[in-house]
Design a protein around this ligand. Structure first.
Ligand code: GDP
Ligand code: GDP
Length: 434
């Protein structure tokens, strides 16, 4: 299910970060923190009334056009607004209407996106604080206190009510996202993939506003390339490019089954590649690593091997992802991309019968002692695959706290050796047997 994006916007000090932190609360990370991935605190996944969404914090708008840093922040806010499905425009209700609020309102009015005016710092409810914000022409503000978590339920109710209605998607289609740093060759690959021989149905609006997806058929299989408009659209402002590509990737990944992480062979594994690849990993999607511009690399018989080794070291968290070396420009091996997507998509939605799984489990436990701690040994009674996309295995054990990373790794490797799951992450849920 694609997740809507909610962006928090406003001038400095109105309480945007406080609101962000309050709403996301303390949530347990679903995936392990990977050393080396600088995790952006810019966005977090959260949920309200069983509706999951991504909350994006933005820097404060100062209106200062002379300070390069302020201009950079401003450009990033504009991009966040472009990517958002719902915008929270935060004002300081205690301090009252500020001239900058009016400027920001003018910017936001142009977006035509659902906009919720949030009057913050109302620690003691006082409806009269709302009145002067009517001048913004955005309707009445909803009064909250981020600090004391007051009225946030109303804010969230209004927010989820604005989420785009889930459109019926072509159920059998494989959804593919292309992500990567700017200039790695995503548009070129997109064009190469949508080459003439494919039957291109006319573009359909995506489930998220502004996202244009492109369905097509290849060898009898339906594919949807998500956010084709976003791949072609380049961020206009130089400094905002990185921020934009991250946000775009977050949104595209959410809506995909298989993610093609496009890397540039001539500028291989720049710092930002890790960040972009981390997005696909964290979202639990199937991944293929595509090393593009292979035509520009001087090669001998060891070159590809060296590239793979570097990938496995630098992006070790994606060790399950197959690697393709292509040239979008010359077309070299581009014809391998969709067959690989097809394979990986099948692995991603594969189900292992419970009997086969438990036979494997028994054998694995026989060969490898489960960990113990303070005289207590982990016992794994039973396993069952509870979910696909990503394949998720529930393990019934005596005490989940005895489950160690290395043992989980061992089980994961056993499952991969026996059942494949190439390109697909494997998740575990560990439960104590009642
Ligand atoms: P940002 O710059 O918009 O991200 O604002 P911050 O979240 O950093 O908050 C700015 C200041 O306002 C901090 O000192 C917060 O503690 C304070 N603040 C935020 N929300 C509230 C609130 O609901 N009530 C009160 N009294 N103070 C708040
Ligand atoms: P995007 O920003 O990721 O969409 O990248 P583009 O597709 O716009 O490509 C950026 C630049 O790299 C353009 O000048 C492309 O012509 C060039 N490019 C893309 N793929 C290849 C390739 O496989 N080989 C070579 N030599 N150039 C490429």
């Amino acid at each position: 299910m694609p997740k809507p994006i909610v962006a928090i916007v406003g001038r400095p000090n109105v309480g945007k970060s406080t609101l962000f932190n309050r709403v996301i609360g303390e949530r347990l990370a679903i995936v392990e923190d990977i050393p080396g991935i600088t995790r952006d605190r810019l966005y977090r996944e959260t949920a309200w009334m069983e509706k999951t969404f991504l909350l994006v914090d933005t820097g404060g708008i100062t209106g200062n056009k002379n300070d390069p840093l302020d201009v950079k922040v401003y450009n990033q806010v504009k991009l966040a607004i472009e990517e958002a499905d719902v915008i929270w425009f935060v004002v300081d209700a205690r301090e009252g209407l500020h001239p900058l609020d009016q400027e920001i309102a003018d910017l936001l009015r142009k977006t035509k996106k659902p906009l919720i005016l949030v009057g913050n710092k109302v620690d003691t409810y006082d409806p009269s604080l709302a009145s002067e914000f009517y001048a913004l022409g955005l309707g009445p503000p909803i009064l909250v206190s981020a600090e004391h978590a007051l009225n946030l339920g109303d804010l969230l109710d209004q927010t989820v009510a604005e989420f785009p209605v889930q459109q019926k998607e072509e159920e059998d289609a494989i959804r593919v996202a292309l992500i990567g740093r700017p200039n790695t060759g995503k548009s070129s690959l997109l064009n190469a993939l949508l080459g003439e021989e494919r039957v291109i149905v006319s573009p359909i609006p995506g489930t998220t506003r502004d996202a244009i997806d492109t369905p097509f058929q290849y060898q009898g299989t339906n594919y949807i390339l998500v956010d084709t408009a976003g791949i072609r659209r380049k961020a206009k402002v130089e400094e905002a490019v990185e921020y934009y590509s991250v946000l775009r990737a977050i949104r595209a990944v959410e809506r995909a089954d298989v993610v093609l992480v496009v890397l540039d062979a001539t500028d291989f594994l720049a710092e930002q590649d890790k960040k972009v690849a981390g997005i696909a990993y964290e979202a639990g999607k199937a991944v293929i690593l595509v090393v593009n511009k292979w035509d520009l690399v001087e090669k001998d018989d060891r070159t590809a091997k060296t590239y793979v080794e570097k990938l496995r070291t630098e992006l070790s968290f994606l060790d399950y992802a197959p690697v393709l070396f292509i040239s979008a420009k010359t077309g070299q091996r581009v014809q391998k991309v969709l067959p690989e997507v097809f394979n990986v998509a099948n692995e991603f939605s594969k189900r292992i019968p419970t009997r086969a799984l438990n036979a494997l489990l028994r054998e694995a436990l026989f060969r490898h002692q489960p960990p113990s701690h303070k005289g207590q040994q982990l016992r794994v009674y039973y396993a069952t695959q509870v979910k696909v996309k990503p394949p998720t295995f529930q393990l019934w054990v005596n005490d989940p706290s005895l489950m160690h990373f290395s043992f989980r790794r061992f089980l994961e490797n056993q499952i991969r050796e026996n059942f494949g799951f190439i390109g697909s992450p494997i998740h575990f849920l560990v439960r104590a047997r009642a």
